[in-house]
Design a protein around this ligand. Structure first.
Ligand code: BG6
Length: 482
């Protein structure tokens, strides 16, 4: 299709930015909060970069007013944040903690005071440890009821003020890293059978929460956020094209088809049955998934990079290898599934210091695929650049690389809109700098620099980066100056 110039983002477009509780709040034991799976996991030696934790994080728990005032100064239209389940239910179920309810109420009210639309993620990876101890967390179907109960508590408490709800953040990532690569809690390795069953439990929790929201009269918008890594076949060699097809079914449509259609992709399911990894799915489950699929209002997309697919022989690379968590370029390995696909580097794209490909067109590809395949509105719930930022002596942060990254992605998003995609919101990752789960504090994403290193003890003062002023201007001009 011909090259086009983006002129207008739609009326009421939500220019936003995002965060997650564990990565910003700190206050890990304050006001009755329960211990989470992450509070425990980060204490296992070798699990996180330089043993970093979210105990203090960037102290948003005490500085949320300052942070939201900065969002208001920037002109943000929406702020996406997550609720920590263990602040609301310290034990995961049972007694509600009023202090937890109050904390998020304060955040929501503070946003609304400035006309910022709160967008709430119900689950962004931190799970009350009590539920892990009780029945193994997501491994048991008991968790479905507890999650729905927790979600209903949030709908009841904040439903009159919050119009955008995200049930789960990146189900595909927290389950893959939790049960396949052992990099997230519960740290299980190559447990494929459990991985698919856990995912089914999460799907059911998502579906039942969506239906509960409607039963409670919720008229806002609800959906899940998926970490979408679109794929390109290495070339037109049929076996490489087929590997792309398999990759899409197993790595993308496996999740998005369930959210949008309420069913699993067939070829992938057949493959998993043969392998003995397919989840147990009852007839009732199928009905519930379908009913919920008819109720979702958008597909949430977290987009960071695309990938390349090439056929991977049976004796080829495995999904388990070194991931770059240090920022030393070139330290990531090529990974894949023997007999199906592998993901070599894309020679046409530059990469970040953490070896993530930089591909603005990939964002447009995601939007086009979702629009054609699912005909759903889209919320870009995350997109951003993790980089080493330096604060100068006069307290400036010249992050022109981040501005370039975001500008190019927004241009492609604008094109997708021109091409017919209905995009409701664009949230950058992230507003302030924050803890990158496995990569410490040195991998920075924010518009606002936070004075802290891997070790505790720095001031935690906030400084506006050049990208802060740039995005402020983009918002002011509704993207017309891109
Ligand atoms: C997404 C998550 O995977 O990407 C965020 O939703 C995360 O929580 C972000 O921080 C960036 O990833 P990373 O590994 O660079 O922190």
């Amino acid at each position: 299709m011909e090259e086009m110039k983006v002129t207008k983002f739609p009326e009421g477009f939500l220019w936003g930015s995002a965060s997650a509780a564990y990565q910003i709040e700190g206050g890990w034991r304050e006001d009755g909060k329960g211990i989470t799976n992450w509070d425990q996991f980060v204490r296992i030696p070798g699990k996180t970069y330089k043993a970093t934790t979210g105990d203090v994080a960037v102290d948003h728990y005490h500085r949320y007013k300052e942070d939201i005032a900065l969002m208001a100064e920037m002109g943000l239209k929406t702020y996406r944040f997550s609720v920590s389940w263990a602040r609301i239910y310290p034990e995961g179920r049972g007694e509600v903690n009023p202090k937890g309810i109050e904390f998020y109420e304060n955040i929501i009210d503070e946003c609304l005071k400035y006309g910022i639309e709160p967008m709430v993620t119900i689950y962004h990876w931190d799970l009350p440890q009590a539920l892990v101890d009780l029945y193994g967390g997501w491994e048991s179907e008991e968790i479905i009821e507890d999650y729905v109960n927790y979600a209903k508590t949030l709908f009841k408490a904040y439903g009159s003020k919050v119009k955008y709800w995200i049930t789960f953040n990146e189900q595909n990532i927290f389950t893959s890293l939790g049960w396949l690569t052992a990099q997230h809690p519960p740290g299980k390795f190559d447990d494929q059978k459990t991985f698919y069953q856990v995912n089914h439990h999460v799907f059911m929790a998502h579906a039942k929460a969506v239906l509960a929201y409607r039963e409670m009269g919720g008229t806002g918008k609800i959906g899940a956020s998926f970490a979408y890594t679109p794929s390109y076949a290495l070339d037109c060699k049929p076996e490489n094209v087929m590997s792309k097809h398999d990759y899409d079914e197993l790595k993308n449509f496996w999740w998005m088809d369930v959210y949008a259609y309420g069913r699993y992709p067939k070829a992938a399911m057949n493959y998993l049955r043969k392998k003995g990894f397919a989840p147990v799915v009852t007839k009732d489950d199928q009905k519930i998934l379908k009913a919920a699929a008819a109720e979702i209002d958008f597909m949430g997309v977290n987009y960071y990079q695309s990938c390349v697919c090439e056929y991977n022989p049976m004796d080829g690379v495995t999904p388990y290898g070194t991931m770059n968590t240090t920022g030393v370029k070139g330290s990531a390995q090529v990974l894949g599934v023997p007999g199906i696909y592998k993901n070599p580097a894309n020679p046409y794209l530059m990469t970040t210091d953490w070896d993530w490909s930089i591909d603005p067109v990939g964002l447009r590809y995601c939007c086009r695929e979702i629009t054609s395949r699912y005909d759903l509105p889209i919320i870009i719930s995350e997109n951003g650049l993790g980089a080493f930022d330096k604060k100068t002596e006069d307290n400036k942060i010249h992050d022109e690389y981040r501005i370039d990254y975001l500008r190019e992605h927004l241009k492609e998003l604008g094109k997708a809109i021109e091409e017919g995609c209905e995009v409701l919101a664009y949230c950058t990752w992230s507003f302030t700098d924050l803890l990158s789960w496995l990569n410490g504090y040195q991998k920075r994403y924010g518009f606002v620099y936070v004075d802290r290193e891997e070790e505790e003890g720095a001031t935690l003062d906030r400084y506006k980066k050049d990208s802060f002023y740039w995005y402020q201007d983009v918002i002011k001009q509704d993207g017309e100056n891109l």
